[in-house]
Write a protein that binds this ligand. Sequence first.
Ligand code: 5GP
Length: 185
Amino acid sequence: MKPDHVADDLKNVLMSREEIDQVVRDLAARIDEDYKGRDLLLVGVLKGAVMIMADLSRELKMNVSMDWMAVSSYGSGTQSSGVVRILKDLDTDLMGRDVLIVEDIIDSGLTLSWLVSNLKSRGPRSLEICTFLRKPDAIKVDIDVKYVGRDIPNEFVVGYGLDFAEKYRNLDALGTLAPHVYQSE
Ligand code: 5GP
């Protein structure tokens, strides 16, 4: 079912709120198991990861710390180039910490690959990646992602933190946009 207020803007609903909740519960169960007894730091990548960070962290059965990073990735149009600038850095020292990067989506993987080498250079004890979504057909770099919520087709998606021109982030489902939305921009 398409949410009423954006029904005309969506082509398809890929995941309902119930499906999203199940994916988040499954990710949290695995993370709880793997990090039992450890002091985990979640690093959310702004802005897209806000929803998955909020839900995943509350689903975990252990106490975690949270910090945020904002990066901008230069590229043409919707293509990321891998040239990244830090807009907001972490407040936390990563030296000796168990760190889990929490991402909304891995598309080409270029931004994340840059982020991994940047954070690794800060001396964490461990560094792993959790992404809500991944587009296997779009990935351009070899990157080891431990936790993947859902693999999706190579289409532009919105909702659950993901935007188009800063809109649709608060959509309580994941969908693809109808062509008239991006053609009118
Ligand atoms: P990458 O460097 O992996 O190509 O780009 C990752 C970033 O591009 C994501 O964190 C997200 O902000 C944006 N992105 C990639 N694919 C999509 C998509 O399908 N929808 C939206 N809204 N953003 C996307």
